[in-house]
Design a protein around this ligand. Structure first.
Ligand SMILES: [Zn+2]
Ligand SMILES: [Zn+2]
Length: 419
């Protein structure tokens, strides 16, 4: 099978999560993302049907990972050893830092790092990563060229985050002559065409309002890996005269960003402190990683000091920490802000958290914006790309693509087609 580039979306043509695309040219193959479907269990989920993964013929040249969200990497732990995983350097460092803290945490053994806009070669494939704005840090789209054909895989994108400038830079000079664009459409079905998502700056201002009017501690339930959001929380905290408190997990993730402008518990950021809940102290010991707290020396806030510190603090937290904070007597006049997907609030842990806030007279509100582009920005993206064909991926609403974008071609999961 030589001569023409062909492609198969194993999963993603009509769902968000579990994205996986395989490309073949001249008998050589690459796989782009190998995600776990939303709400799926790793043990109960098979790898997509990719025979080259299990073959020793060397036809599979590697897996490209667009970013560190589980709906893109979640099935990587099932890869046999020896298959190279190509990913951003900071994605690798965050995955490595986060792994010991997460159930099913993972970082690839055979990791190869790529860089923004530095093209690299995998057999007949030329790959150029493009750093994009997304709620996941260090997230890329890929231009992939083989046999004279050009594919662009959008990855997960948005234009309203802290790296909106990257989105605009891309639109100003997108890759030319793209034959096929695989573009995400996460927001379709969630927003009408004319609705816009709030920007990360607007989120910062709303966080600030709550921090200003709250007498006690402000608890922000968000993912520490949503680095844009952590920056918004930090900035709002600073503007309201508060310090940012993080636990050991968030501390390690923030340090792993290895980025000067990102707040972290180091000497350069005197207003970032570390609070380690009791349960986490035990956990660190069990995992034999208690030594990492040595690096927080002089930056710790201990439970006995927390009631006094509360009014001057904003804390990144997860719902299970609420009980610890109550025991420390730190919840007087507190507010809780849910700053992640509100769908989690309908799940058991989310319902319990709201109940616990109510029981402790902790104010509760949702302040969040999406990690994905709204339809307006998706239209701008598609128009700028001018691809000969646009194939929907990473969407629950592929049928809405035709009404919004030009040159749409629908495909189905598991079917090969020529580019
Ligand atoms: Zn993502
Ligand atoms: Zn995704």
């Amino acid at each position: 099978m030589t001569g023409q580039l062909q492609i198969c979306i194993h999963r993603g043509t009509r769902e968000i999560g579990g994205s996986c695309v395989e490309l073949e040219y001249d008998g050589k193959r690459i796989v782009v993302d190998l995600g776990l479907p939303l709400n799926a269990e790793l043990e109960a989920t098979e790898l997509p049907h990719i025979p080259a993964i299990h073959s020793a013929d060397g036809s599979l040249l590697g897996v490209l990972l667009s970013h560190g969200h589980r709906d893109h990497w979640g099935l990587l732990p099932k890869l046999p050893g020896g298959i190279n995983v190509h990913l951003g350097r900071k994605t690798l460092s965050i995955m490595t830092a986060a792994a010991p803290f997460m159930p099913g945490g993972y970082a690839p053994d055979s990791a190869m790092v790529y860089e923004d806009q530095k093209a690299f070669e995998l057999g007949p494939f030329w790959i150029t990563p493009h750093l994009m704005d997304h709620s996941g840090f260090d997230a890329y789209g890929f231009l992939i060229e083989a046999g004279g054909r050009r594919i662009y895989y959008s990855g997960d994108i948005r234009g309203h985050g802290r790296k909106a400038a990257l989105f605009e830079r891309f639109l100003a000079s997108p890759p030319a002559d793209v034959d096929l664009l695989l573009m995400e459409g996460s927001s379709l079905g969630r927003l009408s065409t004319s609705q816009r998502f709030e920007t990360e700056n607007e989120i910062e201002n709303r966080l600030l309002e709550t921090m200003r009017r709250t007498a006690g501690i402000v608890l922000v339930a968000c993912s520490a890996q949503n680095i844009d959001r952590v920056v918004s929380v930090y900035r709002a905290a600073k503007r309201s005269g508060r310090r940012l408190l993080v636990d050991a997990y968030a501390a390690e993730v923030l340090k792993a960003t290895d980025t000067k402008s990102i707040p972290k518990p180091t000497d350069e950021w005197p207003d970032v402190k570390v609070y380690i809940p009791q349960a986490q102290r035990r956990f660190l010991k069990e995992r034999n990683i208690a030594a990492l707290v040595d690096a927080y020396k002089g930056r710790r806030v201990f439970p006995e000091a927390l009631p006094e510190e509360a009014a001057k603090s904003a804390m990144l937290m997860r719902p299970w920490m609420l009980r610890d904070l109550a025991q420390a007597g730190a919840l007087m006049g507190a507010s809780a802000i849910w700053s992640q997907w509100d769908g989690y609030l309908k799940e058991e842990a989310g319902i319990k958290f709201q109940d616990a806030c109510r029981a402790a007279s902790v104010g509760f509100e949702i302040i969040h914006t999406s990690g994905h582009a709204d339809p307006h920005d998706l239209q701008r993206f598609a128009e700028a790309m001018q691809a000969k064909k646009l194939v929907p991926i990473h969407t629950f609403q592929p049928d809405q693509f035709e009404g919004l974008f030009g040159n749409v071609a629908r495909v189905v999961d598991g079917e090969w087609f020529y580019v």
